[in-house]
Design a protein around this ligand. Structure first.
Ligand SMILES: [Ca+2]
Ligand SMILES: [Ca+2]
Length: 172
């Protein structure tokens, strides 16, 4: 018994190992399982996030042509990120004259617990005016954890006639 105490003290001094996992469910509700190996917190972490493509209606919200002046299609862009004041936001480039588009770009976003995540689609007009078309919001931490748990996979959301595909890639 006399020799036990120093050994216990030595163990306590070692850094605590990350809990091992095979699946996300093995982690805490605010964590995700990395490479079936260890759990990491979803929040206070920076991801590479992309809106991969989007589709909007063939008619404008007023049910007329999109750009009456030149009779061209909508000029779509996606704004995505935190809805909190001073939260992280990304904006795609604008795809001209199309109701469906694909982006080959991404942007870094830091997720913070308690902040909602949203994807919003806009039509860009002359004089830097933007018309909101449609969008989606993930309001609670649990739904955002679920997005991150599909890390690296293209995820799809739709509310006809609007749809978007997006992807969270691993933290850099
Ligand atoms: Ca146009
Ligand atoms: Ca336009």
């Amino acid at each position: 018994m006399r020799h036990l105490l120093p050994a216990v003290l030595l163990l306590a001094a070692c850094p605590e190992p990350k809990p091992p996992c095979d699946a996300h469910e093995d982690c805490l509700s605010t964590e995700f399982c990395v490479e079936q190996d260890f759990c990491l917190s979803v929040f206070d972490r920076t991801y590479d996030v992309a809106v991969v493509n989007a589709t909007v209606a063939s008619l404008s919200p007023t049910l007329g042509p999109w750009d009456p002046e030149d009779e061209t299609g909508p000029d779509i862009l996606a704004l995505y990120g935190s809805t909190a004041e001073n939260g992280d936001i990304c904006v795609t480039s604008t795809l001209m004259d199309t109701t469906e588009g694909t982006w080959d770009e991404s942007c870094e976003l830091t997720l913070v617990a308690g902040e909602s995540f949203a994807i919003e689609l806009y039509d860009e007009d002359v004089d830097d005016q933007f018309t909101f078309l449609g969008g989606w919001i993930w309001e609670d931490d649990a739904s955002i954890v679920n997005l991150v748990r599909q890390l690296g996979e293209v995820q799809r959301i739709e509310s006809p006639p609007y749809s978007a595909e997006f992807r969270f890639d691993p933290p850099r």
